[in-house]
Design a protein around this ligand. Structure first.
Ligand code: ASP
Length: 405
């Protein structure tokens, strides 16, 4: 217990120090960058075996097709509901504050080299079915891996005991080993975070003040909407839908939340999220191993909210009035785009091109917000992870589990 509190403070101290270090010694930052690389690479190393084994264990643990159907329905309903609340919050705030009106179009940056998502939503859906499981694992295509793992787990329950047992034992063992590696890696979180954030600050230090000056209102709008969602909406859901204590749950989640904030990657944070939700908040392994990997890939409240504000900001800056129907279109495409976005840094920005095209706004509009995207990514990723963890608590409670929160 004491150890964990110390880790939480260690991370906070590392964060503060990294900001000073990045601003004061931008040249020296390259000497510590390797620590961040090692930390992130180790987390990424764990993800594929962790996700695959956890889903197989989760699905075999859920058992019958009826239980699996119920669990999937609850999980997906929760994810859709919270993303909808997030988008609505973003939409209301951006319409009230209007940060884009009078924004300086001269600040626009070139967006060359930014990958534009070319797949339609239908194609993206079809691609969830892998044609080659080794290929999707090599590419780290998480939705396809999850799809296969659910099938694999489900049909494991359909074979005879003689064949089922070694498979379940093997994947339970793999899962336990991945969690042990995670617990080992957690100890190095402060060092990893220090290096990652210091590099980020050093890279942006020259124009930090200018950026805040020009895009400050836009940033504040995004941060205010994310805060409403994270500090009001989600805790209320945990309190009333999950009949649990959101403050206690948040305390247990401090390490993954700070890691999500610092790495801007909900996928890389997944091992830490699973550890905290299971061992701190007391959600069963069966629930965490199904709900959280799914959440890290498809549930991105922060990203959906952000995309909504960003698109309306661009419309306001270009002086384009979006009708109610167009705003509805933004809501729906933002929801779909957030489901399609990968849990990696700046994925939300890339996939935003889909929304801009849907409402006929110029793709160069992204250049307007490029300068602050990486910083806002930190906030939205933390909200993405927070929402996944609240979902695990609410679903566990609805399944009659006894939790620690
Ligand atoms: N970085 C976010 C995540 O990993 C995705 C995004 O760019 O919004 O959750």
């Amino acid at each position: 217990m004491l150890n964990k509190i110390q880790l939480h403070w260690q991370i906070l101290i590392a964060l503060v120090l990294s900001i000073f270090f990045g601003i004061l010694f931008p040249e020296q930052v390259r000497h510590v960058e390797w620590m961040g690389d090692i930390f992130l690479r180790t987390l990424r190393m764990i993800i594929i075996p962790l996700i695959f084994s956890s889903i197989v264990v989760g699905v075999t643990g859920i058992g019958s097709s009826e239980n699996l159907g119920r669990m999937s329905l609850k999980t997906i309903s929760y994810y859709l509901m919270t993303s909808f609340f997030a988008i609505a919050t973003g939409l209301i705030l951006v319409n009230l504050i209007k940060p884009g009106v009078g924004a300086d179009l001269g600040l626009s940056q070139m967006v060359e080299g930014l990958d534009v998502s070319r797949d339609s939503f239908g194609q993206t859906l079809i691609k969830i079915i892998p044609t080659n499981i080794i290929d999707v694992m090599a590419r780290g295509d998480l939705p396809a891996i999850i799809f296969f793992a659910i099938f694999f787990g489900f049909f494991t329950t359909k074979v005879s005991k003689e064949h089922r047992e070694p498979i379940v034992n093997f994947f339970t063992g793999t899962f336990e080993i991945m969690m042990k590696i995670t617990m080992f890696v957690i100890k190095f979180t402060p060092l990893g975070i220090f290096a990652i954030v210091a590099s980020l600050i050093a890279a942006h230090s020259d124009n930090l003040l200018m950026i805040f000056g020009r895009l400050g209102i836009y940033m504040l709008t995004v941060i205010a909407a994310l805060s409403i969602h994270a500090f009001i909406t989600l805790p209320l859901l945990v309190r009333f839908l999950g009949r649990s204590n959101p403050v206690k749950h948040a305390r247990g989640m401090s390490v993954p939340l700070l890691t999500a904030f610092s790495t801007s990657s909900s996928s890389a944070t997944l091992p830490l999220t699973m550890e905290a939700v299971e061992f701190k908040s007391g959600v069963s392994n069966k629930t965490t191993s199904f709900v959280l990997p799914l959440g890290a890939t498809i549930n991105m409240d922060g990203t959906a909210l952000y995309q909504c504000i960003a698109v309306l900001f661009i419309a306001q800056a270009y002086g384009v009035e979006l009708t109610i129907v167009q705003q509805l279109m933004v809501m729906i495409t933002a929801l779909l785009a957030s489901i399609g976005a990968a849990g990696i840094p700046m994925a939300g920005l890339v996939i935003m091109t889909i929304i801009l095209s849907a409402v006929g706004l110029p793709l160069e509009g992204i250049g307007l917000i490029l300068a602050v995207d990486r910083i806002l990514d930190m906030f939205r990723t933390a909200v993405n992870v927070w929402s996944d963890s609240c979902g695990a608590v609410i679903i566990a409670k609805s399944e009659g589990e006894e939790l620690n929160v």
